[in-house]
Design a binder for this molecule. Sequence first.
Ligand SMILES: *[C@@H]1O[C@H](CO)[C@@H](O)[C@H](O)[C@H]1NC(C)=O
Ligand SMILES: *[C@@H]1O[C@H](CO)[C@@H](O)[C@H](O)[C@H]1NC(C)=O
Ligand SMILES: *[C@@H]1O[C@H](CO)[C@@H](O)[C@H](O)[C@H]1NC(C)=O
Ligand SMILES: *[C@@H]1O[C@H](CO)[C@@H](O)[C@H](O)[C@H]1NC(C)=O
Ligand SMILES: *[C@@H]1O[C@H](CO)[C@@H](O)[C@H](O)[C@H]1NC(C)=O
Ligand SMILES: [Zn+2]
Length: 665
Amino acid sequence: FNSMPFKRMCPRHGSFVCYLKFAVIALSTIVLISTIDFINTTFRQRSISSVIARSWHARTPYLVDTSACKIPNIDPFDPSIAHFIKPQRKPVTCNKRPSFTFENGTMLQINWTAVSQSKWNGQFGYCKIQPIYRPPNNHDNNYFTYLEISDEFNDTIEMKHEFVRVLCYNSNHGKIHTNFHQFILPKPDVDERCSLAFVKHKDSPNVRETLNVVMIGVDSISRLNSQRYLKRMRNYLLKELGAFEMTGYNKVADNTFVNIVPMTMGKFLEEVPWNESMSKIPFDDYDFIWKQFASKGYRTLYAEDAPEIAIFDYLKSGFHRPPADYFNRHFSLAMTTDKSVWYDNHNCVTDRLETNIILSYIYNYIDMYKYSPYFAFSFITGLTHDFLSSAGYADVPYLEFLKKLRENEQLNNTVLILYSDHGMRFGKMRESYIGKMEERLPFLFFVFPQWFLAKYPDYTENLQTNTRRLTTPFDIYETLSDILHFNEFIPVRRGFKNRGISLFREIPEDRGCEEAGILPHWCTCAEFQTLSPTNEIVQKVANNMIKEINIQLNEVSKRCAFLRLGKIKNAIKLLPSEKVLRFEESKNDVINRFVKYGDRSKAQVNYQLTFSTVPGNALFEATMQFDERDDSYKMISDISRINEYGHQGDCIDVHKLRKFCYCKS
Ligand SMILES: *[C@@H]1O[C@H](CO)[C@@H](O)[C@H](O)[C@H]1NC(C)=O
Ligand SMILES: *[C@@H]1O[C@H](CO)[C@@H](O)[C@H](O)[C@H]1NC(C)=O
Ligand SMILES: *[C@@H]1O[C@H](CO)[C@@H](O)[C@H](O)[C@H]1NC(C)=O
Ligand SMILES: *[C@@H]1O[C@H](CO)[C@@H](O)[C@H](O)[C@H]1NC(C)=O
Ligand SMILES: *[C@@H]1O[C@H](CO)[C@@H](O)[C@H](O)[C@H]1NC(C)=O
Ligand SMILES: [Zn+2]
């Protein structure tokens, strides 16, 4: 038997009585443990020493802790997955091929500094542009063409096209440089459509506020992985921008496409309705949320990178008519197709990160329309899609984007939604319990203007409450609807089949996965069973909890009695659903969709106990985690005293120990 507890509980000054007391406790523990069917020495030692070794950094055991849903608060660096977590990657610097041209407002300029630092210094000739064109009624979502090449220029050129390729030549007319540029140019027809519709919308009696919306999506990043690799971005969002982080944000389907549809149309894909037999039909006629904004007088933008795997294009027909006033697909296709500008794992285009090209397109749009209503939807894939650790590449680019927005006061009248679609869906990590949980829990942040939060304190309070409730992409859709038709008096905005609820309204305490539209194999709420107080594991957990208390009491053992187990009043075991633990993969989006199940992954199971102790008849509540992988136990909550302790602990003034102390005299 591990003698550690004796030394810890009765150290140098330990009296004989103390040793005796603990000999009794230890003996009864030994008897108890030896009756358990899986007697195993290593197990016993590990379980006890791990309890003792744990430092007193109690965390809240659940992110969502409501009557219908408990989502465990998993440590992003949990030892069970440590071997999957690679160190932060070096940022992608894109510094190997300086760009000879740059965007400046609606102008394209030659960077003479870059030219003169290059080997073409003195031999540089001129550049020409080729507009990238897509017909307004395209019959192929992958089609684009280059229009006629422009005249030569060698300084600045005013842009008449949103998207261009630039070719630069030396003085012997040899091509020496290729680049791609995009511009946000005014569109008089859009302005006209918008101003008329918006005046009408704004003056309609129920509309109280007209906020702009910017949605920035980042592919494949769980909330846990954002805690590992996007620390600076998170910190800026939470500390500087006062973002609301929806910690119980649970995906409702497998991949990007099937989660973005609920987010932007408020329905499951099959309810839209859509299925694979329609893969040759474009998405032009569906009722996306941005169309509703457009019809109320908002300008719209839709931007993606990685055009081969774009949300509505991969194995599908995308859009034949542009879904938004500003739409970059043909630019993205042209750029991707031109192999000469890429390097660094297809992340850099000359001296710019592909991600930054999209972010700067969005930034320029926000900047152009800061005094007119706008909506922007974007989804950025390339940088973060491949590995768990590639999320780290995104930290600085997104941080800098957010800083630039904030420093230039671009968010005064804008709701910013920064989201992911799901966690990593490939790789070894996903076979583990934590991998499975985080695949289902992508990150989600909302940033509102401060004046708005101050003006609508009830909504602010609900948003705050909802950061710890079970939420879904359907709720994002309802929130967007609420923003568009912003009115204080509508009681609750609930969506199709009552599944989605606007996050301005309190998500009910009793919402579980079923109410929220989350199928069992995607549901991260723990299932729970009530256990008998006589259950052997319950007894063992209770004794481990009491050991924890006694370790604490050691410090004041002269005055306070060590405690023994009185009665176990209540014991609950919380564990992930069998379907989540056995999940292997989901095949097909609609037709013949099926879930492939395999062996059950070993999980972390929580035991939540209420028990009394003697002497003093104190009542405590605590949660201990049992890890099936290595049969270890660990406290994951504070030990809360839940009955009054009156004067029982008056003999000490160590505040944090009063709840445990029963004074000897
Ligand atoms: C961008 O254009 C503005 C005005 O046209 C000019 O003043 C400014 O110097 C340009 N920026 C750079 C970096 O050349
Ligand atoms: C021009 O090129 C230099 C050298 O590559 C670079 O440091 C600078 O940022 C560039 N300027 C602009 C406006 O892109
Ligand atoms: C730029 O072009 C103009 C006329 O096209 C020419 O006169 C001038 O020398 C050129 N400047 C440089 C630096 O090549
Ligand atoms: C697929 O969609 C088509 C067209 O809406 C419909 O007729 C068909 O029944 C659907 N098939 C399945 C299996 O849902
Ligand atoms: C944003 O709000 C601040 C503080 O209310 C104000 O000083 C600033 O002019 C606003 N900026 C814009 C671009 O509207
Ligand atoms: Zn995705």
